[in-house]
Design a protein around this ligand. Sequence first.
Ligand code: GLU
Length: 502
Amino acid sequence: MAQVRVRFAPSPTGPLHIGGVRTALYNYLFAKKNNGVFILRIEDTDQARFVEGAEEYIMESLEWCGMKVDEGIREGGAYGPYRQSDRQAIYRQYADMLVEKGDAYYAFDTPEQLEIMRGESEKEGKTFIYNASVREKLNNSISLNKPEWEEKLRKGEAYVIRYRMPADQEIHFDDIIRGHIVVNTSTLDDKVLFKSDGMPTYHLANIVDDHLMKISHVIRGEEWLPSLPLHFMLYRSFGWDPPLFSHLPLLLKPDGKGKLSKRDGDKMGFPVFPLYWPYGETAKGYREDGYYPEAFVNMLALLGWNPGTEQELFSIKELIEAFSIDRVGKSGSRFDPDKAKWFNHQYLQKRSNNQLAIEFRELLRSHGIFVDIVELESLVALVKERASFVKDLWEQTDFFFKAPDTYDPEVIKKRWKEETAGQLNELKALLEKIDDFSSASTEPVVKDWIEKKGYNIGAIMNAFRLVIVGASRGPHMFDIIEWIGKEETLRRIEKGVSIITR
Ligand code: GLU
């Protein structure tokens, strides 16, 4: 096989949707698996849709996900430039080549004329398709004679160059995921290849660039499947070998009803973009929501591809090893925000206590809390099981850093009895006498005392938790008091009893 060269070819029209990130990822995995080259090409021929900041956003997203670009606008490469607007001078000659061959032609129809034609077809109950069925009746270099259209060109009349789709022909082509496809050309229109603004359209630029950049495989979203017959025809007209095509299935909304759209995130409360988008209508990102890039990438990889085993957790290296296009499905994959969280939970559990403590320390600093890293390691170990994100660690541990100011009234109502204050004062006296405040040392002493006194263990422990934590939550009680220490434990019992009994 010739060298594998694949490209991710986004248009910089806004933030990159996670469906786009998945397309990039499959290209990346396929390239790396086959010792190939991963190219980033910016397709910005549609200047009207260009959005400032989108190009940087795309590159930053790939970088965050760990997809290193081999050739691109920043990296350079032997087949550059990699931004289509910088390649403008290249395309015209290819459009001319097709005109010369008779596979493309000049069309002078104004938008108003086309509108009229559309209206007339509608009246007859037909859809207007600009192709062999009507082109002779329209205003172009096929219907007009040569001196006429040459005169128009000379006078500088506005025109586009259209592909001359042959009439009533069956075209056969293949897609790695979809298999063999047959389309009759009479259903296709004479697509514009070159616009009056001197820019190629997506179709022409895309085919010319894939050819010049020696792209071996095109892996892209399903929305481009309808363009595939035209693309095959263009390769045929140019006399070039087409690359192999794979059209990826759609990402669906969590309820499976329709395509996951850019707006769904806001509506359903989860991000649909990898990073926060700061311009205009801002949007949430996975990075800022606290996802690890490894977890995000792992989750995305499995939305459409399956390894054929039960394995769900894959490092990027393992993904590269396991990936194959054959195992990408045809049907859409439903996006599941809970599963995304599950992945992050798994990756957080895999982190060492030291790594987590370092990450957590950053967050604590923003709360004005400064704690020694070794102490944080022991704290993180107590609660990490319940956390899916670093920010959850804070929700699980806030009471470690400061005594409660309020006490859950529900718990008081249910647990606080006549005798509770007295019992907690006894407990305080008992703890005061213990020097070794480790969990292993305090637990048996306290339990012994409860048993000897014939107290109800549930009642004591719940009240104890209430004065230490302020509510009925948190890890093992004796682990908590070990971490906050003897002085603080005694202070909290005293404070709690006095406030609750007031
Ligand atoms: N520029 C197209 C897009 O934005 C690329 C389609 C393709 O990969 O051919 O999706």
